[in-house]
Ligand binder design. Structure first.
Ligand code: GDP
Ligand code: MG
Length: 764
């Protein structure tokens, strides 16, 4: 059997970084506590035999208060790994060793990995690891998980340790209740219980899990305990033991770490934090950073020069129609584009060119026009619309993860706590929410770290409103199309949509707090990690991982959906092929008679309050269908437009960028652009706030507290209908809406003040 080494340690001590370095995996590393909430396995192959490495969730102790602690503790006790590699963050030595002293109390081989020695070196601090090894009694190896130093040695020593049995040891041996512990231990040994020392100490601590597990022994422990009363702690054995551990650590272990400078000087991190977590400046700085990120991703006029001067486009400058011009136009065309937009343009040029060749090739072989249209417009058109966005999506995720890796995001959770409390959740909820900008699935899994059930439910429900990477094409393509039709900046619309999503989240939390999820807000304690430059390796891992994820999705779920949509939209119920040749192009002028068309027209009225329902005649049902296919995967919304645009416009090859396809469809619904745009914005809002994709729904089902899942689904449906309808109504009749809103506000104000006065009177 393959040997198993478990990585255990405090949150944020570098377990996942070490896990990735050892196994070559690409697990998510984040610079805040609580990123890994489930255990994960991988293989290390550099020893004489492969060993399995298990990354456990971060924990501060083995007394289970949180689900993570239960997972880690049970893993070590029940699954009996061959060795526990205890990772200790040297920059937080005492707190990390507190866990070490507990792990040592189990009969399992242990090796201590002193991590982040690169930070020690930088600060000029020194640790005597040889002496520490002597005093602790288990092997101690200095490593840097980030820089991959000391890893081979660590693994060799862990391998040696795993070949031997290790008997438990405890730093409590000489404390005043050592006898009590010893008595309980002997009693447990009489019952043939494994790890008697560990269980004995936990029983004396009155540990909840332990008390449940050994109900008979508890009585005896209570008897034993009666003879001990401590002057300071009384009968609070839990506190007494914690105190004894810390005393031992600071007396015997801490002095081995010699700091270069006396501790009263502010560290660099503290200095940065004075500004970034400042009471007044903190939130504005965060908003500026967030805006910069979206501007870097979506800015059509990156340098804002177009607002001051007006620049000629390439065409006006006299550039002809060539590949060189197209390439140049990826970077500049009347304005300098932001890096995200440039990436998008380049990818679009690449896919369009490539797909154009493929289609020409197939046509050249003499394939029938129907086949050419199926492959060129249907399949490739649909895929191209989504593929073009992959680099831009990954770019956005990269920027967000740089913020995360430096340690800034943890600060944001901290500075937002005060504000979030006003809405009804703690700042801790911010972490899964911001993870939602990447993908809802890990974000939902992360809500496990929220101890309070109500807070967890509310956070889980609002995660989809933080528009994920897969929704980026919807935002960008539709904003781009609106921009193209009305001559405005699509980038600004995208940013506004992100803000709107967050606003919907806040509003729904306030509503839930006052209705179904009443209760107190959980306290928020989180240790702030030290700032550091983002790890290049970590970022590259992320880059590769995300790219792979989206490309895989494009060629599986989305490809399949596109094919199905093409067939359903080009055949009628009586299996008549609806395409016909007009001027050498295959077009489908009878799409409304297709299977998809009739289904679409049937559901279309549902969307009427949001502006993209019955108002749109002719091909308007396309929006209804796209919204439904989006429930499978959000990328489907744009690939559906891609597949259907060919029908309405014919021969779109060369412009599969998502935007032109939306423009084509918008042009075919028989409503003037000036009247259509509010409905299109409402369409974005609907997709952003409704039920997320299949995979995310499955994740949500796993995480929602019992019995709340169906309400969560209903919540998403209702919130998307309300948010999108309000958006449509306000944008279409904004002047009227102002008056209505003002009136409502006055009424609410009058009612609440009257209420308060009434309460005051009654309380007097
Ligand atoms: P986990 O919560 O224990 O899994 O910790 P992670 O692996 O997610 O790492 C937490 C943070 O510490 C990340 O920002 C890492 O880049 C950083 N980190 C991990 N190992 C080292 C190290 O050896 N040196 C330095 N300077 N930073 C590290
Ligand atoms: Mg981790």
């Amino acid at each position: 059997m393959v040997k198993r080494f478990a990585l255990a340690g405090n949150p944020n001590c570098g377990k996942t970084t070490l896990f990735n370095s050892l196994t070559g995996s690409t697990a998510h590393v984040g610079n805040w506590p609580g990123v890994t909430v489930d255990k994960r396995e991988g293989l290390y192959k550099k020893l004489s035999e492969p060993v399995s490495i298990v990354d456990l969730p971060g924990i501060y102790s083995l007394s289970p208060y949180t689900p993570e602690e239960v997972i880690s503790r049970n893993y070590i006790l029940d699954e009996k790994p061959d060795c526990v590699i205890n990772i200790v963050d040297v920059t937080n030595l005492e707190r990390n060793l507190y866990l070490t002293t507990q792990i040592m109390e189990m009969d399992v081989p242990v090796v201590v990995a002193l991590n982040m020695v690169d930070m020690l070196d930088k600060q000029g601090d020194v640790i005597d690891e040889k002496e520490l090894e002597k005093r602790i009694g288990v092997p101690v190896v200095k490593i840097s998980a980030l820089k991959s130093t000391g890893l081979d040695k660590l693994m060799e020593r862990a391998f040696e340790a795993s070949n031997q049995k290790r008997a438990s040891t405890s730093v409590l041996d000489n404390c005043e209740i050592a006898h009590l512990i010893s008595d309980v231990r002997i009693a447990l040994m009489g019952h043939d219980i494994e790890n008697p020392l560990f269980h004995a100490i936990k029983l004396v601590e009155n540990d909840e899990l332990e008390v449940q597990m050994h109900p008979n022994t508890v009585k005896m422990v209570e008897e034993f305990k009666k003879t001990y009363v401590n002057p300071l702690f009384g009968t609070d054995f839990d506190a007494l033991i914690a105190d004894a551990r810390y005393k031992y650590i600071s007396k015997h272990f801490s002095p081995l770490l010699v700091k270069k400078q006396a501790g009263d000087k502010l560290s660099k991190s503290d200095k940065i934090d004075r500004v970034l977590t400042n009471k007044w400046a903190g939130i504005p700085i965060f908003l500026v950073i967030l805006f910069s990120i979206f501007h870097l991703t979506f800015g059509e006029d990156f340098l804002y020069l177009g607002k001051i001067f007006s620049f000629a486009s390439l065409e006006e400058l006299g550039y002809g129609d060539s590949f060189g011009t197209s390439l140049l136009a990826c970077f500049y065309d009347g304005a300098v584009f932001a890096p995200g937009v440039i990436l998008f343009n380049l990818m679009d040029l690449l896919t369009s060119t490539l797909f154009g060749w493929i289609t020409d090739l197939i046509a050249g072989w003499g394939a029938s026009p129907a086949i050419v249209s199926f492959i060129g417009d249907g399949v490739l058109g649909g895929l191209g619309g989504v593929l073009s966005f992959v680099p831009q999506i990954v770019f956005l995720l990269l920027l967000l993860s740089i913020l995360e890796d430096t340690g800034y995001m943890a600060r944001v959770a901290f500075i937002l706590d005060r504000l979030f409390r006003k809405f009804g959740v703690s700042g801790r909820a911010f972490i899964p929410m911001i993870m939602g900008f990447g993908c809802s699935i890990p974000a939902m899994i992360n809500t496990r770290t929220l101890a309070d059930e109500r807070e967890k439910t509310m956070t889980l429900r609002t995660i989809p409103f933080f528009s994920c990477g897969a929704k980026l094409p919807i935002l960008a393509a539709i904003s781009g199309a609106i921009g193209a039709l009305l001559g405005s900046d699509g980038g600004i619309i995208s940013f506004a949509m992100y803000v709107l999503g967050m606003t919907v989240a806040v509003v729904s939390i306030i509503v839930m707090r006052n209705t179904t999820q009443k209760g107190d807000i959980a306290p928020f304690i989180m240790e702030l990690p030290v700032y550091h430059a983002p790890g290049f390796r970590n970022l590259m891992i992320l880059l590769w991982d995300k790219t792979k994820h989206y490309v895989e999705k494009v060629f599986t779920v989305i490809l399949l959906s596109t094919i199905v949509i093409w067939f359903l939209s080009n055949f009628s119920w009586s299996w008549e092929f609806l395409m016909q040749e007009v001027d050498g192009e295959m077009v489908n002028l009878r799409m409304n008679e297709s299977i998809l068309g009739s289904i679409g027209m049937f559901i279309q009225p549902i969307f009427t309050p949001m502006g993209f329902g019955s108002q749109l005649n002719h091909n308007g049902w396309v929006f209804a269908v796209a919204a439904i296919t989006g429930l499978i995967a959000k990328e489907n919304v744009i690939s559906t437009f891609g597949a259907l645009a060919a029908c309405v416009a014919g021969g779109l090859i060369g412009t599969e960028d998502g935007v032109s396809e939306v423009v084509a469809i918008m042009g075919s619904v028989g409503v003037a652009p000036s009247a259509l745009w509010p409905a299109m914005i409402a369409f974005i809002v609907f997709n952003m706030t409704t039920i997320p994709c299949f995979a995310a729904v499955a994740a949500a089902k796993g995480e929602t507290p019992k019995g709340k899942f169906k309400w969560t689904l209903l919540f998403w449906i209702v919130s998307s209908f309300i948010a999108a309808s309000v958006t449509y109504i306000v944008l279409s009749w904004w002047w009227t809406s102002f008056i209505v809103v003002a009136l409502i506000a006055v009424v609410i104000y009058v009612i609440t003040t009257l209420n308060k006065k009434g309460q005051l009177k009654r309380s007097k």
